[in-house]
Design a binder for this molecule. Structure first.
Ligand code: C2E
Ligand code: CA
Ligand code: CA
Ligand code: CA
Length: 254
């Protein structure tokens, strides 16, 4: 993949080249679909697909993350109103955005405009979002909770892990990073770490979600360890909005 340039990104934003895809999330015990995670995709007209691991940081560094997030939110909420309303929608918030005082205001007006109920929204934030101003993070988190939004701690166990975040902020969900799930079948240690994270989550009354579930063996192991929810290739890749209706016709909903 060729390095993308900020000028390309600016153009892409104007041309609406960046769109959300939707990856299924299921209850491990029953396999029932509970919702989707929205994941941004950029197809560059010449370079082809650019990974969000490239263009999200690029947007952050160039002051474009606000526009990108607003753009995506609008599209995600619109798509969400066309699928069954019992399905949740998980949306990633960049660490920088979690320090933005107008975040909850933006989310609530975008939701109103689209007729989307914020009770369906789960905002995923990584721990790096929280290392800055904890007081501010707490008040933003509370504003979001007051709107009915749920909060998930993403990539748990990696990076700037601090148990203090779990204590200080009103999370509803803990997402176990895919790296633990991948190693779980190989070493007893990884398996024990996953078990410990699930135990920690449940003792704090959080829903536990495993990322990167690729095999039935992993799904069965996670279920035995008491994990609630799974997401990964096993249940389906992220798909464009135009494929959602076909995907949903294959699913049993709760
Ligand atoms: P993430 O939030 O941890 O998203 C999960 C990543 O795992 C996604 O990569 C997804 O496509 C991938 N994945 C899903 N199932 C499997 C599996 O079974 N095995 C493996 N190996 N991978 C799986 P993706 O879409 O490339 O996104 C990468 C990261 O970019 C995301 O990690 C998230 O941090 C960020 N990102 C994506 N979309 C957005 C967005 O709209 N806003 C922001 N702020 N960040 C985003
Ligand atoms: Ca995520
Ligand atoms: Ca994650
Ligand atoms: Ca990640």
């Amino acid at each position: 993949m060729v390095a993308a340039h900020p000028t390309d990104l600016r153009k892409a934003l104007n041309a609406d080249e960046i769109t959300p895809y939707f990856q299924p999330i299921v209850e491990l015990r029953t396999g029932v679909l509970t919702g989707f995670e929205a994941l941004a995709r950029w197809r560059h007209p010449i370079q082809g697909p650019v990974s969000p691991d490239i263009f999200i940081p690029l947007a952050e560094e160039n002051g474009l993350i606000g526009i990108l997030t607003r753009n995506l939110l609008r599209r995600v909420f619109t798509v969400a109103t066309s699928i069954p309303e019992e399905l949740s929608i998980s949306f990633n918030i960049s660490p920088l955005q979690f320090g933005d005082r107008s975040l909850s205001q933006q989310i609530s007006s975008a939701a109103k405009l689209a007729g989307f109920s914020l009770k369906r929204l789960i905002l995923e934030i990584t721990e790096s979002a929280l290392i800055g101003n904890m007081d501010q993070a707490q008040s933003i988190a509370q504003e979001l909770k007051d709107l009915g939004v749920s909060l998930a701690l993403d990539d748990f166990g990696t990076g700037y892990s601090s148990l203090r975040h779990l204590q200080a902020l009103p999370f509803d969900e803990l997402k176990i990073d895919a790296s633990f799930v991948r190693e779980m079948s190989d070493t007893r240690e990884s398996r024990k770490i996953v078990a410990a994270i699930i135990g920690l989550g449940h003792s704090l009354s959080l829903t536990t979600v495993a990322e990167g579930v690729e095999t039935t063996e992993q799904a069965e192991m996670l279920l035995r360890l008491g994990c609630d929810i799974g997401q990964g290739w096993l249940y389906g890749p992220p798909v464009p909005p135009s494929d959602l209706a076909a995907f949903l016709s294959t699913q049993s909903l709760s």
